[in-house]
Design a protein around this ligand. Structure first.
Ligand code: BTN
Length: 315
């Protein structure tokens, strides 16, 4: 784990980061950080083991792709102090939950390069190979439990907006909170909460973005930004833009407002859909999303049905 307390390893990394990918000799790193040359060598090896992409060259060391790094010190305040980074976890959901139980503050963000037990909605596996952007936010909403759904809508709305802006794309949201690009899944979200009595203790929202990974066959109809744009993207740029947009959106959050904006961004309304829940399948035309976030579908007999959860497939 790399958190925001600077140790020797981090000082070396910070130094390499500021060199912006240039090669720096071990002697220079040692002089500038006050760490012995032998210790520099040991720490560099440990950093490589942590999955940090450092290349050893005949004349020194260089970070490859510094703009893609997700380590806390790569971010500006206020997010720098909110991010905890792991090379590998089972799932950022459980890590974030454990931190939340220990008092992690509102908007804390747990990010991992790789998840060995990534989970999706309805208990599905979420394949989380290296290159993707996998993170979970800890939120402490001042709302009763039945209203916290609005945070996930705010998250999918914020994410689709910033990705469209950054990469000039036409991403839509599919009910309840998937991001689609050309009908293929680019990102998914999962939320869980803990309550005590009438109060929300915390809410966690896990977000998986296919960024620089190449989704495999098993991940049915998934696509990554790298696949579409034919080049690597900066995950740091995406996470920074998202956190900033989301923070603004949830300031003085207003449910009808968020739902209205979300509806402008959705490709679900007006489509024939199939909704799978744990025990039922519903089919019909999606005609609306109400102010509680429920999907309203109309069946062949023009009968309306309100669906509060499920997996939605566009026909
Ligand atoms: C879905 O579409 O089924 C939801 C996918 C959510 C995936 C993210 S990746 C980060 C966080 N950790 C997990 O194990 N899941 C969420």
């Amino acid at each position: 784990m790399v958190n925001n307390k600077k140790n020797k390893k981090e000082s070396i990394l910070d130094f390499l980061y500021k060199a912006g990918g240039d090669t720096i000799s071990g002697v220079r790193i040692s002089e500038m950080t006050g760490i012995s040359r032998v210790a520099v060598w040991k720490h560099i090896n440990a950093l490589k083991k942590d999955g940090i992409p450092i290349h050893s060259r005949p004349n020194g060391y260089a970070l490859s792709d510094p703009e893609d790094l997700l380590l806390p010190f790569c971010f500006d305040p206020p997010f720098r102090d909110k991010i905890t980074h792991f090379p590998e976890v089972e799932t950022t959901m459980d890590t974030a939950k454990a931190l939340a139980r220990k008092g992690a503050s509102h908007l804390s963000c747990v990010v991992a390069e790789h998840q060995t037990k990534g989970r999706g909605r309805l208990n599905r596996e979420w394949i989380s190979s290296k290159g993707g952007l996998w993170f979970t936010l800890v939120l402490r909403p001042l709302l009763p439990p039945h209203l916290v759904y609005i945070y996930t809508f705010a998250a999918s709305l914020s994410l689709s907006r910033i990705l469209n802006k950054l990469f000039n794309l036409d991403i839509s949201v599919k009910w309840p909170n998937d991001l689609l690009l050309g009908g293929q899944k680019l990102a998914g979200m999962l939320s869980e909460m803990e309550t005590q009595g009438d109060m929300v203790q915390f809410l966690i929202i896990g977000i998986g973005i296919n960024a620089n990974n190449s989704p495999v066959n098993k991940e049915f109809n998934a696509v990554s930004l790298k696949n579409i744009l034919k080049k690597k993207v900066s995950r740091k740029q995406i996470l920074t833009a998202f956190l900033s947009e989301f923070q603004d959106k949830i300031q003085d959050i207003n449910c009808p407002d968020i739902i209205d904006q979300w509806k402008e961004q959705t490709s679900t309304i007006g489509r024939q859909v199939r909704i799978e829940t744990f025990d039922k399948i519903y089919e019909g035309k999606a005609v609306d999303v109400d102010e509680t976030g429920a999907l309203i579908i109309e069946d062949d007999h023009k009968k309306l049905k309100k669906i509060i959860y499920g997996d939605c497939f566009h026909a």
